[in-house]
Design a protein around this ligand. Structure first.
Ligand SMILES: C[S@@+](CC[C@H](N)C(=O)[O-])C[C@H]1O[C@@H](n2cnc3c(N)ncnc32)[C@H](O)[C@@H]1O
Length: 243
């Protein structure tokens, strides 16, 4: 069967190369700011849903929290697993399906790990999975892009060379998705990948969340957790709890 774009692209070494500046320092600063905003016990159990190679999970575990990172990418989880410890575990899982109930004090979905699926019902599957796996007093955090600013400032064509690999990127907004076509030229080898994320605005999130048992406490606009502003913010970071 044909692979979905997110199964292929995120599992490739080129995804990690293209985004290598989204690093551990960014993750640590964000987590530090987040921990000042939410009230977590030192023994809290945290789920990093769509954790990639686990940059946020690893930092949270280093602070003493018990952490589980899950991701669909077998390659990313394989890499992350080398950092496992007593309080840090990684597993291959699909974020659309809850695998436990009422277990986590905090469920994270970070760095635009939402809105990947063609069927919009899958957005609700992810929200419901988050809700099901959070405990009564738990928090959730969804860190998405500020679509309004992304669309306004869209760079249609871009070339980047990173470590000798050429990335030829085109971007467009099509049928409600922000589509990024990525041609990778690595010496003799040429590959084509795609990133296709739903153009979900703050109003779309409000509407979806209103149909779940999740409640939003705040919308933030960057990793310093300044309040969201549709004109200027780079991110749309949703922090909430459940009814
Ligand atoms: C943009 S990356 C973010 C990774 C990580 N949160 C970070 O900040 O570095 C999105 C991640 O979502 C994962 N992903 C895509 N579809 C998924 C699914 N259905 N279930 C779980 N993870 C998924 C990808 O494999 C990828 O690691």
């Amino acid at each position: 069967m044909l692979m979905k774009w997110f199964e292929e692209w995120f599992d490739s070494e080129y995804y990690h190369l293209l985004y290598k500046n989204r690093d551990h320092q960014e993750a640590e600063e964000f987590i530090n700011n987040l921990l000042e905003e939410i009230d977590l016990d030192s023994g809290a159990y945290i789920l990093d849903l769509a954790c990639g190679k686990g940059r946020h999970s690893r930092y949270l575990a280093s602070l003493g929290y018990k952490v589980l990172g899950v991701d669909l990418s077998e390659n990313s989880i394989k890499e992350a697993k080398q950092f496992e410890s007593e309080n840090l575990k990684f597993e291959v899982r699909d974020m659309r399906a809850p695998f436990t109930e009422d277990a986590f004090d905090l469920v994270l979905n970070l760095f635009t790990s939402f809105g990947y699926f063609d069927d919009k019902k899958d957005n609700y599957k992810v929200l419901n999975a988050i809700e099901t796996m959070m405990n009564e007093d738990g928090y959730f955090v969804i860190d998405f892009m500020n679509v309004e600013k992304v669309i306004r400032t869209l760079v249609e064509k871009e070339q980047k060379e990173i470590d000798g690999v050429l990335f030829d990127i085109t971007r467009e907004v099509k049928d409600g998705f922000i589509v990024k076509n990525i041609k990778v030229i690595d010496g003799e080898k040429v590959y084509n990948f795609q990133e296709k994320v739903q153009a979900l605005t703050i109003d779309n999130f409000k509407e979806m969340i209103a149909k779940t048992d999740l409640v939003v406490d705040n919308f933030y606009g960057n990793y310093n957790l300044d309040i969201f502003d549709a004109d200027t913010s780079d991110r749309l970071i949703i922090v909430g709890t459940k009814w």
